[in-house]
Structure formats: structure tokens, C-alpha cells
Write a protein that binds this ligand. Structure first.
Ligand code: ZN
Length: 99
């Protein structure tokens, strides 16, 4: 799978986040990645929260992102929590590293 474009958009239709699988209404700012796989273009939307989570843990994803990757990661340590709570925990952890 080849990534050809990444950008930030305001959605015109409700879109499901590739990371947390929540559906966000039209007019939400989301990241979109356009990829080409065997000649077929596809778009993947990521919500602002998952985008920030990704910035913390991108090095876990050498092979790209599977659908629901945020939920997969949360299932180890934050089962049943929201992505926002998970992001907060990641930010607290990186604050602690800097001390
Ligand atoms: Zn998300």
C-alpha cells in the first residue's frame, strides 16, 4: 500500500475514523490519507484524537495501520476507556519522560 497524500479536511459527509471507528458528523476536521493499493485509490479518515495518539506511538506501526488500530492499542492498557482518556495517559507518560 502506497500513501500518496495526507491532508486535513473539514468533512462534507459523516466519516468513520479508521483508528477508533467512531463516526464523526459532517463539518468535523479530520486527517485524510489517500492511498493507492494495486491501482485502487482509497481514503482513510482519522480523527484529531487518533492523529495525536499516532504521534505518540507511531513507532509501533511499521506495517501500516489496520482498521481499529486505536482500539487495538487501547485493549492492552485502556480497555473500555475513550480514545481521549488514552491520549491523556500517553501525554502524562511523555511528560514524565521529560522530567
Ligand atoms: Zn479516532
Amino acid at each position: 500500500m502506497q500513501m500518496i497524500r495526507e491532508s486535513k479536511v473539514k468533512t462534507r459527509k459523516p466519516r468513520r475514523c479508521w483508528g477508533c471507528c467512531r463516526v464523526f458528523p459532517a463539518g468535523t476536521e479530520m486527517h485524510v490519507n489517500v492511498t493507492v493499493d494495486q491501482g485502487e485509490a482509497a481514503s482513510y479518515y482519522t480523527c484529531a484524537t487518533c492523529q495525536e495518539i499516532y504521534a505518540h506511538i507511531w513507532d509501533k506501526f511499521d506495517d501500516g495501520l489496520d482498521e481499529g488500530w486505536t482500539l487495538d492499542e487501547m485493549s492492552y492498557t485502556h480497555e473500555g476507556k475513550t480514545p481521549e482518556e488514552y491520549l491523556q495517559a500517553l501525554e502524562d507518560m511523555s511528560d514524565a519522560d521529560e522530567r
